[in-house]
Write a protein of this length. Structure first.
Length: 405
């Protein structure tokens, strides 16, 4: 399928605006990284605690940050997830001992500030696991004359927590009266539940804790993986084409990576393991796009297409234009959809894909190809200079023959 047929756009003749744009983005990103002291790493790389909290009545993120800062030392971040009642809370890197109590400190602080009507004597149903709920109800149910066998008690607890954790509740029960819809919950059992339990204002959806040492190891491994991928691709392209093709492709991919990381710094976005996965995806994506263009250049050179090397490069880019638009366009639409509707957790991953696809697509044309043209012109200039030098030496070596008068 071809969208454009027999196009003849002068891509190389219009390369300078794109090259200038690349230079501006690169400089802006590097300056931002320098001013911010490097990339803004997530807890995957620096260590810390991350908690996803779902509220019935969500307080402002600033109120959450203020409350946690009074109890927990270090940097505290709280991000509201648009369209939901969720808040993503993150603490900065701390020592391993402090991390062991981070979860308890965060929950205690949230309870003290945002569950003010809670009764400490009652079990918070929105935070209780199945086993804890069963233990809490066992004796009160027996005293109320609604005693259950152990199997029945476990089944009841499983049904209640399952009801709480599935849609539309998604981990939160706003009123204990809602449990009347759970199979096995009779009015007598519901009365006991109301006596022993309460519905708190929030539920912990997930908790992640990463120690500083593990975070540093992960950061170094991520850097190594990206560098190894670039080196392997350089060797592959140098073997398949020529070494200058490999150098041009790696420079283009390195250019894509630097700009993407720089934009993360400019927009104050965190770099975590999902972003590294996106960067590796973009390395392969951009490299594949570059190889397709290089392959067409090589084919046209073998076919002896007339024109300068610049003309052949322009022709090759035009011949692969439909393929580039189809693959890049469809992938870009998917990445944009993921960025808009993928949620906060996938925000960094999808942002890297959106930026990387745009940068990677034009770098194959306006970064990798100009490097080839520059090198070809340089090599031809040296060759012409060498032939000129040899000719001059030959002329000087030929002495004029004197004729007899």
């Amino acid at each position: 399928m071809e969208i454009f047929k027999k196009t003849n756009y002068d891509f190389i003749g219009n390369m300078w605006p794109f090259i200038i744009l690349s230079l501006l983005l690169t400089v802006a990103g590097l300056v931002s990284l320098w001013l911010n002291g490097g990339p803004k790493y997530g807890i995957d790389f620096i260590g810390g605690a991350f908690m996803d909290v779902n509220f019935i009545n969500r307080p402002p993120a600033e109120a959450i940050r203020s409350a946690l800062r009074q109890k927990i030392s270090g940097e505290i971040e709280a991000q509201e997830v648009s369209g939901t009642q969720e808040v993503l809370i993150q603490t900065g890197a701390r020592d391993d001992k402090a991390l062991q109590i981070a979860r308890g400190d965060m929950i205690a602080t949230l309870n003290a500030n945002f569950n003010k009507n809670a009764n400490d004597q009652k079990l918070d149903l929105n935070q209780a696991p199945q086993a804890t709920l069963a233990d809490r109800l066992r004796d009160p149910l027996a005293r109320a004359g609604a005693g259950l066998s152990e199997d029945q008690l476990q089944a009841l607890s499983k049904a209640i927590t399952g009801f709480r954790d599935t849609s539309p509740h998604s981990g939160l029960v706003s009123s204990l009266d809602q449990l009347s819809a759970v199979p096995g919950v009779t009015p007598k059992i519901l009365d006991v539940i109301k006596q022993e339990c309460q519905a708190g204002n929030f539920a912990i959806r997930s908790v992640e804790i990463v120690g500083p040492k593990i975070g540093a190891d992960l950061r170094q491994q991520a850097i190594n993986v990206v560098l190894i991928a670039l080196a392997a691709m350089l060797v592959y392209i140098a073997f398949r084409f020529e070494w200058i093709y490999g150098v041009a492709a790696v420079i283009a991919v390195f250019h894509d990576t630097i700009i993407t990381i720089g934009l993360f710094s400019l927009f104050h976005k965190q770099i975590d393991l999902t972003v590294i996965a996106a960067l590796l995806t973009l390395v392969g994506y951009s490299m594949n796009d570059t190889i397709v263009t290089f392959d067409r250049i090589r084919e046209n050179l073998k076919l002896g297409v007339r024109g300068t090397f610049t003309d052949i490069v322009n022709l090759s880019v035009n011949q692969t234009l439909s393929r580039t638009i189809l693959t890049s366009g469809l992938t870009f639409l998917t990445a944009v959809s993921l960025f808009i509707w993928g949620g906060q957790v996938l925000s960094g991953f999808s942002f890297a894909l959106v930026i990387g696809i745009m940068i990677g697509t034009y770098s194959s044309i306006f970064v990798a190809c100009p490097i080839l043209i520059f090198w070809r012109n340089l090599a031809e200039g040296r060759a012409a200079q060498g032939r000129s030098s040899v000719g001059d030496k030959g002329i000087k070596a030929a002495k004029p023959v004197k004729t007899a008068k």
